[in-house]
Design a protein around this ligand. Structure first.
Ligand code: BGC
Length: 375
C-alpha cells in the first residue's frame, strides 16, 4: 500500500509526460518556439502565429501580421498562469477592427496635428484618421502590415526577429525606412522589444508597442485597482483633440501624479476622458531606465517597464466600449491599460520637444523591457 502511495505521489509530481515542471534542472526543457498558421491577410498572404515559451513556462503568442502580441501568459503569486494581454483569437478580428491591441506602431506612435508636418522646407501630408489628426501611422500603419519573421533562440531566451521595409512615401512619410524589431522572452521573465531603423531620406519616426494589459487577466474586468508608479515628474498637457499644447507641466498636486504607487482609479474621475497622456520621463539621456511599475493586488503580479525613450503614453483604455470581444471576453471601458514608450506626440510640429528626425546614416534604436514578477 505504502509503495502504491509512494508511486502515486511520484507520478503526481512528475505528471503524465514524465517532466516535472518545477525541477530547476528540467526547466530548459520547456523552452521553445512553435509556429502555426494565423490565417490570411486581406491581400491573401499567410500570417503565422509564433508561440515563444521560456524556461519558466511564461509564453507569448506573436503574429507577424502587425507584429501583434495576441496573448501573454504570466504567473500570479501562486504560480497560476493567466493571459494578461487583451486581444483576439484570429486574424480576421484584427483586420475587421482593433484598437491596436498588442500591435507594433509605426511610423509614428500617437498623434500628429492635422496630419501635417514640415521637414527641411518640404510639407508632408498624412492621413487624418483620428478626427482632424493623424494617429499611429495612418490608415495602414505597421500594425496592419505583414513582417518577415525569423525565429531566434539563445541559451536564455526565445525570440522573433521581424523586418519590414516601409517604402518612400508610404502613408505619406518620406524615405525608404528599413525596420527591424526583435521580440525576446527571456528566462528572467522579461518581454524585450528592440527596434532599429534606417532611412535613405530625412524622415520622422516614433515606433512603439501597443499592448493593452490587465495583470489580473484579460477577461477579469477593469484595471482601476492596479497600482501604477511612473518615474515622471512632468507630463505634456493636451487640447481637446489630444494634441499636446507644447507645455511641459509638473504632475505634483494634480491627479496626473503617479510618482508614488497609486491606484489607476483613485483620481481618474478628475481627469476628463480618463488618462491618455504622454509622461515626460525623468531619464531623458537615451540610457535604459525604469519608466513604470504596475502592481495588481489580487494576483500579486508586477510589471516593470524600462526604456531608452524620453516619454511614455499612459492610456487607461478609455475608448474601449464593449464592442471589441476577444478570446471569450468583452472588453469594456478600462478593461486594459497601455504604457507606450515613445517620443512625445506631435513632435514633428513641436520644435521644443526632443527630435524625432532620422537622417540617412543615422540609426534609430529603441529598447523596451517588460519585466514580470510577483509580490
Ligand atoms: C492613444 C489613444 C488611442 C489609443 C488607441 C493610444 O495610444 O493615446 O488616444 O485611442 O491609442 O487608438
Amino acid at each position: 500500500m505504502l509503495k502504491k502511495v509512494l508511486i502515486m505521489v511520484i507520478m503526481g509530481a512528475i505528471g503524465p509526460t514524465g517532466c516535472k515542471s518545477n525541477l530547476p534542472e528540467e526547466k530548459g526543457a520547456k523552452m521553445g518556439i512553435t509556429k502555426e498558421s494565423f490565417g490570411k491577410t486581406q491581400d491573401g498572404q499567410t500570417a503565422d502565429l509564433f508561440t515563444l515559451t521560456n524556461a519558466n513556462g511564461l509564453s507569448a503568442k506573436i503574429t507577424n501580421y502587425g507584429g501583434i502580441v495576441t496573448s501573454l501568459m504570466v504567473p500570479d503569486r501562486n504560480g497560476k498562469m493567466d493571459d494578461i494581454a487583451l486581444g483576439y483569437e484570429n486574424i480576421d478580428k484584427y483586420i475587421e477592427s482593433s484598437p491596436y491591441f498588442g500591435a507594433l506602431i509605426g511610423r509614428y506612435g500617437n498623434r500628429i496635428a492635422n496630419g501635417r508636418f514640415t521637414l527641411d522646407g518640404a510639407e508632408y501630408t498624412l492621413a487624418q484618421n483620428d478626427g482632424q489628426n493623424h494617429l499611429h501611422g495612418g490608415n495602414k500603419g505597421f500594425d496592419k502590415v505583414l513582417w518577415e519573421a525569423e525565429e531566434i533562440k539563445t541559451a536564455d531566451s526565445v525570440g522573433l526577429k521581424l523586418t519590414y521595409l516601409s517604402k518612400d512615401m508610404e502613408e505619406g512619410y518620406p524615405g525608404n525606412l528599413s525596420c527591424t524589431v526583435i521580440y525576446s522572452l527571456t528566462n528572467d521573465n522579461e518581454l524585450k522589444i528592440e527596434y532599429q531603423a534606417e532611412t535613405d531620406k530625412a524622415t520622422v519616426i516614433n515606433l512603439t508597442h501597443h499592448s493593452y494589459f490587465n495583470l489580473a487577466g484579460h477577461s477579469s474586468g477593469n484595471i482601476l485597482g492596479h497600482e501604477l508608479t511612473l518615474t515622471a515628474d512632468n507630463f505634456t498637457p493636451v487640447d481637446d483633440t489630444l494634441i499636446p499644447t507644447g507645455e511641459i507641466k509638473a504632475v505634483k498636486d494634480t491627479p496626473m501624479d503617479f510618482t508614488s504607487p497609486t491606484a489607476i482609479g483613485a483620481r481618474i474621475a478628475q481627469v476628463k476622458g480618463g488618462y491618455d497622456h504622454n509622461y515626460v520621463l525623468n531619464n531623458s539621456d537615451g540610457s535604459m531606465a525604469l519608466a513604470a511599475r504596475v502592481y495588481e493586488p489580487k494576483t500579486g503580479r508586477v510589471m516593470e517597464i524600462s526604456t531608452t525613450e524620453p516619454g511614455i503614453q499612459f492610456y487607461s483604455g478609455n475608448f474601449l466600449d464593449g464592442t471589441n470581444k476577444g478570446k471569450g471576453a468583452v472588453y469594456n471601458t478600462h478593461s486594459g491599460f497601455c504604457l507606450e514608450t515613445q517620443h512625445f506626440p506631435d513632435s514633428p510640429n513641436k520644435p521644443d520637444f526632443p527630435s524625432v528626425v532620422l537622417k540617412p546614416g543615422q540609426k534609430y534604436s529603441h529598447l523596451i523591457v517588460h519585466k514580470f514578477s510577483t509580490k
